[in-house]
Write a protein that binds this ligand. Structure first.
Ligand SMILES: NC(=O)c1ccc[n+]([C@@H]2O[C@H](COP(=O)([O-])OP(=O)(O)OC[C@H]3O[C@@H](n4cnc5c(N)ncnc54)[C@H](O)[C@@H]3O)[C@@H](O)[C@H]2O)c1
Ligand SMILES: O=C(O)C[C@@H](O)C(=O)O
Ligand SMILES: [K+]
Ligand SMILES: [Mn+2]
Length: 357
């Protein structure tokens, strides 16, 4: 029996609505498999927790999380309660950094049952490798003076190690896909970090002579995600560029409520963290209409991470089938609730087992 200990952090807003039904899906998967068991330990760390305790997670939180095989997280943030930079840096980004989750992979692909906002979406299937530990997300800088002289300085940090690591990861992934990597740059406007980014990309590229490459400035790349997403395979991007591109990835599929993410610890020292691309969606909270697919697809990425790619593939096939059969939340043009969609995924998974026996 394979046993996985999962730390569960539903977090805020719709995180609390999409995580529980996704755990049902994982339990269903375990049932299907027969030799697999998940143990879930839930932590209430969130903005509510902050208001009560003055911190997003206890001081011992990281020490506690360290012992799990993975972290399954919903979303963090409730700007009415806690400023976003406090909540994100106190929980989500804190975990990413402490656990050296330096790579964030975020796929987007054309789904049969979804109505993409693109007139002719074609059959796109892309994967963004987002550098997840440095770049524009940095604590270097500060604020000085006041009044008309008030000044804010925010420094970006690009190390050769971090940049090269993300790029090599992207090239290695491309080998298992369509052998192409696109670099997201902005070396026409950002004069230090981005020419450096381009140089590292050219250096890394030399070790992967079989992989085709392209380099786009981020503005043009954002446009190309909309006009011709089918030309992309793997895209490697800095922390901020990757963040923005992956909301576009979700949007061109039909909703950012569908897009999944994996924050990967690639040195094996700490657990990786699986969470959807979307946030806590305060505008739809409490209505049971949040799309659970992003969170459930995130569970598929966790299965892949555990070496259960076949089950992961079965799950994605069932998600697609359920969507095609119009079990859809309102963000993708349907009338179903969060739970109806997730329950349908569970029951189809069980049927798929019956068929294969
Ligand atoms: N990784 C994270 O935990 C994460 C990611 C993004 C934003 N946030 C936080 O979430 C809060 C809200 O941020 P935001 O509004 O910029 O982004 P958001 O992703 O929460 O919402 C953007 C829009 O997409 C919709 N949406 C998002 N997920 C959906 C789903 N599953 N089903 C249907 N519709 C969905 C929302 O209703 C909203 O209209 C902020 O506090 C922000 O900091 C957290
Ligand atoms: O900026 C972030 O990384 C938080 C959130 O927007 C995300 O994409 O995970
Ligand atoms: K999230
Ligand atoms: Mn984001």
């Amino acid at each position: 029996m394979k046993h996985f200990d999962i730390a569960v952090i539903p977090g805020d807003g719709i995180g609390k609505e999409v995580v529980p039904p996704s755990l049902n899906v994982l339990n269903t998967i375990a049932e299907l498999h027969g030799g697999l068991k998940f143990s879930f330990t839930e932590f209430p760390w969130s903005c509510e927790y902050y208001l009560e305790h003055g911190e997003m997670m206890p001081e011992s939180g990281l020490e506690t999380l360290k012992n799990f095989n993975a972290i399954f997280l919903g979303a963090v943030g409730n700007p009415e309660m806690v400023p976003d930079h406090i909540s994100l840096w106190g929980l989500l980004i804190k975990i990413r950094r402490a656990f050296e989750q330096t790579i964030n992979i975020r796929p987007a692909k054309y789904f049969k049952g979804l109505r993409s906002p693109l007139v002719n979406p074609k059959d796109f299937d892309l994967l963004v490798v987002r550098e997840n530990s440095e770049g524009e997300y940095s604590e270097v800088g500060g604020r000085i003076h006041s009044g008309q002289d008030e000044t804010a300085i925010q420094n970006a940090v690009f190390t050769r190690k971090g940049t090269e690591r993300a790029m090599r990861y992207a090239f290695d992934l491309a080998k298992q896909r369509k052998n192409h990597v696109t670099s997201a740059t902005k070396s026409n406007g950002i004069v230090h970090s981005m020419p450096f980014w381009d140089e590292v990309f050219r250096d890394v590229q030399k070790d992967y002579s079989d992989i085709g490459t392209a380099s786009y400035h981020i503005d043009a790349l954002a446009a190309a995600f909309v006009t011709k997403p089918e030309i992309f395979d793997v895209i490697v991007a800095s922390n901020l560029f990757g963040d923005i591109l992956t909301d576009i990835g979700g949007a061109i599929m039909g909703s950012i409520g569908i897009a999944p993410a994996a924050n990967l610890n690639v040195n094996g020292k700490y657990p990786s963290m699986f969470e959807p691309v979307h946030g806590s969606a305060p505008d739809i909270v409490g209505k049971n209409i949040a799309n659970p697919i992003g969170q459930i697809w995130t569970a598929k990425m966790m299965l892949d991470h555990f070496g259960e790619a076949e089950l992961g593939q079965r799950l994605i096939d069932v998600i697609e089938e359920v969507t095609e059969d119009q079990y859809k939340t309102p963000d993708i043009g349907g009338k179903s609730t969060t739970n109806v969609v997730a329950d349908e995924i569970c029951s189809r998974l069980l049927k798929s087992e019956a068929l294969s026996k």
